[in-house]
Design a protein around this ligand. Structure first.
Ligand code: FES
Ligand code: FES
Length: 185
């Protein structure tokens, strides 16, 4: 289907701008935005936090994973305006080159990446996975819903299944996360 150049639905000027304030990596940002812009595009294009990647832009790959109020989401599937007052954490908020988050170091130690494009989303997701297991949140493969979920490879794989890696670095990604299990679960 061809979309006309002047289609109102595609026009950048047809929607009234709206304001939103949220915190990203501990810094408050107040923005005036087109209400149709996604959180992913705001992070990358407005705040220049390009660690969060755009892979599919339709919720299929997990490259855009960020934490919102401590829970992981696909930032390509949510409008920025929906996050008034929220606390958002991107890969830039986890660690720095001088002081890596332990999971960032584990990815390095285990060679948990090749091109690295999926890696920020993988690491943010993995941090959430460890917190979810530690908090006793069951997954699709948890057999006993009354007990604490075990931090098995099967559990980790299932919980990381929304994060695709086109380089197929999966074995090393799992090894990096497994390294962290004893410390955090
Ligand atoms: S870019 Fe958001 S899930 Fe792929
Ligand atoms: S390391 Fe290349 S896509 Fe995952």
């Amino acid at each position: 289907m061809t979309i006309a150049q002047d289609s109102p639905a595609r026009s950048e000027t047809s929607a009234a701008a709206c304001s939103v304030t949220f915190s990203v990596n501990g810094r408050t940002s107040s923005l005036v935005l087109d209400p149709r812009v996604t959180l992913l595009d705001v992070l990358r294009e407005h705040l220049h936090l390009t660690g969060t990647k755009k892979g599919c832009d339709q919720g299929q790959c997990g490259a855009c994973t960020v934490m919102v109020n401590g829970r992981r989401i696909n930032s390509c599937l949510t409008l920025a305006l929906m996050h008034e007052g929220d606390e958002i954490t991107t890969i830039e908020g986890l660690g720095s080159p001088e002081a890596l988050h332990p999971l960032q170091k584990a990815f390095l130690d285990h060679d948990g990446f090749q091109c690295g494009y999926c890696t920020p989303g993988q690491i943010i997701s993995a941090v959430a996975v460890l917190e979810e297991i530690g908090a006793g949140v069951p997954s699709h493969v948890t057999a006993d819903l009354n007990g604490a979920p075990p931090a098995t490879d099967e559990e980790i794989r299932e919980r990381m299944s929304g994060n695709l890696c086109r380089c197929s670095a999966y074995p090393n990604i799992i090894a990096a996360i497994r390294d962290m299990v004893e410390d955090h679960v």
